[in-house]
Design a protein. Structure first.
Length: 372
C-alpha cells in the first residue's frame, strides 16, 4: 500500500524496463563476448549464434512440417514439439523473411507479455514491490538465455502466466482460453490444465463455470488426433521423445545414477549434467516448500513437472524447465521484499550466485555447445 507521499507503482513499466534492459544486455554480451572468446577466429554472424539445437528443429517444422526437410535424414523426434511455436514462426516469417530473426522477435514480444503478467501476479499476491523482484529473479535464472532465443519457453509463459493471473482473479473463461493457448506450445500445458482444476475447486468456484476447465485439454487432443491421422499413433509426441532423445520412464534412482555417472565425466556435457542435478535438487526443494505452504494448485503444476523430469531415463533440461516454474520466482520475490533486515539481502545474494551462471550459459549457447 502506498503512502500519500509515494506515487503509485507502475508495475508494467517496471517489468518492461527490466525486460528491455536485459535484452540489451544480452545483445551487448553477444557482440562483446563472442569477439572475446573467438581467440582471433572468425566470429559467426549475430543471427547464426542463436540458430542451435531446438531453434533449428522448430524452424525445420515451421518450414517443412513434421515430415522434416526432405533433403535430410528423417527425424523421428520432431513430433515431440507441439505446433504452437512452429505455426507462430511460420506466420512471423511471412513478414520478416529470416527464420532465426522471426524466432528472436517472437520471444522478444512474448517475453514482454510474460514479464508484465508475472509482475502483476506478484503484486496481486503481495506484498507491494514484489513485481519487479519476481521479474528480476526470472531474468537472472541461469537458463534465461532460452527466453531470448527462438525456443518456446517465452511464448508458453506469455499464455500461461496471464492464465494463472486470470484464474487468481476468478476470470475462468479467460483463464481457460489462455491456458489452451499455452497447451499449444508445450506438454507443460497439460500440467497447467490440471493445476487449474485444483485451483478452481480449492477456491470453491461456481460449478457452472467448471465446463471451461475442459478447454485447455482440447489442443492436446487435437494434436494427438493429427498425428494419429498421419501415423496411427495417438501418443506420437511421447514416442518422439523416446525415439529422438531416449527419454522413457524409469525409477527415479535409476535416472539419478545415470545422470550422476555422466556428471562425473569431463568436458562441457559433464558440466551440463551437473547443472541438471542442481536443477533437480531445486525442483524437489520447491515442491516440498509448496507442499508445506499448502499451495495445492502450484504444488500440482510444479510437482508433476518435477516428477516427470526426475523419472526420465536421465536428467535433461531440468534447469531450463525451471523457467516455467513461476511459483518459485514469486516465493523468492516475496522473501526479498523489505521487512526484516535479512530480507534486503535475498535478491542481492541470489543475483550474485546465479547471475554469473546466466552469463556463462548465454556465452556457451552462442558457441553452439549444449546448455540444457
Amino acid at each position: 500500500m502506498t503512502t500519500p507521499l509515494e506515487p503509485p507503482r507502475d508495475t508494467a513499466m517496471e517489468a518492461l524496463t527490466l525486460w528491455l534492459s536485459s535484452r540489451l544486455g544480452i545483445v551487448v554480451l553477444a557482440v562483446v563476448g563472442a569477439g572475446a572468446m573467438s581467440g582471433g577466429d572468425t566470429v559467426a554472424p549475430f543471427l547464426e549464434r542463436w540458430k542451435h539445437w531446438d531453434t533449428q528443429l522448430l524452424i525445420t517444422i515451421a518450414e517443412h512440417g513434421y515430415g522434416g526437410d526432405p533433403a535430410a535424414e528423417p527425424d523421428k523426434g520432431l513430433p515431440a514439439f507441439f505446433p504452437g511455436m512452429p505455426l507462430t514462426l511460420r506466420a512471423v516469417h511471412t513478414f520478416v523473411g529470416d527464420w532465426t530473426l522471426a524466432g528472436l522477435l517472437i520471444s522478444f514480444v512474448a517475453g514482454a507479455v510474460a514479464m508484465v503478467a508475472l509482475a502483476r501476479l506478484a503484486e496481486f499476491e503481495g506484498p507491494p514491490g514484489a513485481g519487479w523482484r519476481a521479474v528480476l529473479t526470472l531474468l537472472l535464472w541461469p537458463m534465461s538465455v532460452f527466453l531470448f532465443t527462438g525456443y518456446s519457453e517465452a511464448l508458453f509463459l506469455a499464455f500461461a502466466i496471464p492464465a494463472w493471473l486470470a484464474a487468481r482473479r476468478g476470470h475462468w473463461p479467460l483463464a481457460a482460453g489462455l491456458a489452451a493457448g499455452a497447451s499449444c506450445m508445450r506438454i507443460t500445458g497439460l500440467f497447467l490444465a490440471l493445476a487449474l482444476i485444483v485451483e478452481f475447486f480449492t477456491r470453491r468456484q461456481a460449478v457452472r463455470q467448471a465446463a471451461w476447465l475442459v478447454l485447455p485439454f482440447v489442443p492436446l487432443v487435437l494434436y494427438s488426433a493429427y498425428h494419429y491421422s498421419l501415423s496411427g499413433d495417438w501418443l506420437a509426441w511421447k514416442h518422439a521423445q523416446e525415439a529422438g532423445w531416449g527419454r522413457h520412464m524409469v525409477w527415479p534412482w535409476e535416472s539419478l545414477i545415470t545422470t550422476w555417472n555422466s556428471a562425473m565425466g569431463e568436458g562441457r556435457f559433464a558440466w551440463a549434467f551437473r547443472l541438471e542435478i542442481a536443477g533437480a535438487v531445486v525442483g524437489i526443494g520447491l515442491v516440498l516448500v509448496l507442499l508445506y505452504l499448502r499451495r495445492w494448485s502450484e504444488f500440482v503444476y510444479v510437482g508433476l513437472q518435477v516428477g516427470a523430469l526426475v523419472c526420465s531415463a536421465y536428467y535433461l533440461s531440468i534447469p531450463r524447465s525451471a523457467l516455467l516454474w513461476w511459483p518459485m520466482f514469486l516465493l523468492i520475490a516475496r522473501a526479498g521484499t523489505p521487512g526484516a533486515r535479512w530480507r534486503q539481502w535475498v535478491i542481492l545474494v541470489y543475483a550474485l550466485v546465479v547471475g554469473p551462471l546466466m552469463v556463462l550459459n548465454t556465452l556457451t549457447f552462442m558457441d553452439g555447445a549444449w546448455v540444457g
